[in-house]
Design a protein around this ligand. Structure first.
Ligand SMILES: NC(=O)c1ccc[n+]([C@@H]2O[C@H](COP(=O)([O-])OP(=O)(O)OC[C@H]3O[C@@H](n4cnc5c(N)ncnc54)[C@H](OP(=O)(O)O)[C@@H]3O)[C@@H](O)[C@H]2O)c1
Length: 328
């Protein structure tokens, strides 16, 4: 019989709430403890999800012997510190995206995972959806010939000051790390490759974050991805992969899709559509537990190399824009 994993969550914000909702539909997963900067938040979150242990500090959660695996859901700027603390305390980690603020921080965290021999994964949940698996299978079967281009935008509108972490450079604010990471991952899914050339332009806001950005990634053989991110512009949330003999449309929301359509140049379209069981984190949660059951330290679907590839692309873009976070 499969082992039951006792999960702990660090942070009680928006995405922790969605993740906890999804944990509830996963067999062999229990939400054992939560850690917050305040007892009031830990208790409110604990009450909502019926969590037995509520810690008023992150350290309390990290050192909790009743926790088998930790989900890190704090702002980007804390991912490195929180993930390393968990690993050093002997806990496997699923850390939210972006894995860290930059590639150098990512390497530090991965080095600790290697030293401790513990499982570590970036929670790039998009890669685990059945619709994305179907897209990968269409591509692998040659259904659109060679994928030649990807078009994908992730923009939404947010008032200045709303959702504070997005506007605060100290918390890794801006559109690229928050949502631009999804189009970059989608191109990586389609091309199964790292870009050879990276070119972008961004509007840096008064607060010193990238409010909107457009970028073109070039891959070997002339393959191209035209991508964008924004926190004050609503974009199309479908994504497209164009191939020699057809195209694939991933229906909105492409980063948590339930549907995709294969549109061959000749012949009838085929749509894959599978309603989500919950919000969508259930797929990555089950994959983490499958990896732990198998004794893996990396997830084959989201290995450290992919994290480093995407973080490196984002570093290169920020370098072009002169966008640095405090301490970089
Ligand atoms: N996979 C996805 O679809 C997805 C979607 C949204 C966000 N994310 C990622 O998840 C992470 C958290 O995003 P979120 O939208 O959940 O953020 P959020 O609503 O602001 O929550 C972040 C939580 O982190 C803790 N925290 C610690 N230091 C903080 C600080 N200085 N300022 C604010 N919060 C602080 C707080 O929990 P306590 O008060 O309990 O300590 C807070 O509730 C980000 O890295 C983001 O990229 C992923």
């Amino acid at each position: 019989m499969a082992k039951t994993y006792r999960w702990g969550i660090i942070g009680t914000g928006n995405i922790a709430t969605q993740f906890a909702t999804c944990l509830k539909v996963c067999d062999n997963a229990v939400l054992r403890a939560v850690g917050s900067r305040s007892q009031a938040s830990a208790d409110a979150f604990g009450d909502k999800f019926d969590i037995p242990t509520r810690h008023a500090t992150y350290e309390g959660l990290i050192d909790d012997p009743e926790v088998d695996v930790v989900y890190v859901s704090t702002p980007h700027s804390l991912h490195k510190e929180n993930s390393i603390a968990c690993l050093q305390a002997g806990k496997p980690v699923l850390s939210e995206k972006p894995f860290t603020l930059n590639v150098s921080e990512s390497k530090e965290v991965i080095a600790v995972a290697k030293d401790t021999g513990l499982f570590l994964m970036e929670g790039m949940w998009t890669r685990f959806f059945p619709a994305i698996k179907q897209v990968e299978s269409w591509i692998a079967s040659g259904a659109i010939g060679e994928p030649r281009m990807v078009r994908c935008d992730f923009g939404f509108y947010m008032e200045y000051g709303e959702r504070n972490r997005l506007w605060d450079p100290a918390l890794g604010g801006g559109s690229l790390l928050d949502v631009g990471i999804y189009p970059i991952n989608l191109a990586s899914i389609a091309f199964k490759d790292a870009p050879e050339t990276i070119q972008g332009a961004a509007h840096i806001s008064e607060q010193g974050i990238d409010e909107q950005a457009a970028f073109v990634l070039g891959y070997s053989g002339g393959r191209l991805a035209t991508l964008s991110s924004a926190v004050r512009a609503q974009s199309d949330w479908n994504a497209y992969i164009y191939g020699e003999t057809g195209m694939i449309k991933i229906h909105e929301c492409f980063w948590r899709p339930h549907a995709a359509t294969l549109i061959p140049r000749e012949g009838e379209p085929t749509t894959f559509d599978e309603p989500l069981e919950s919000i969508g984190f259930e797929h990555e949660i089950r994959e983490v537990m499958r990896c732990l059951d198998a004794g893996l330290t990396e997830c084959p679907t989201m290995p450290h190399s992919r994290t480093l590839e995407v973080m490196g692309t984002m570093d290169a873009l920020r370098n072009q824009w002169g966008l640095k976070y405090p301490g970089e």
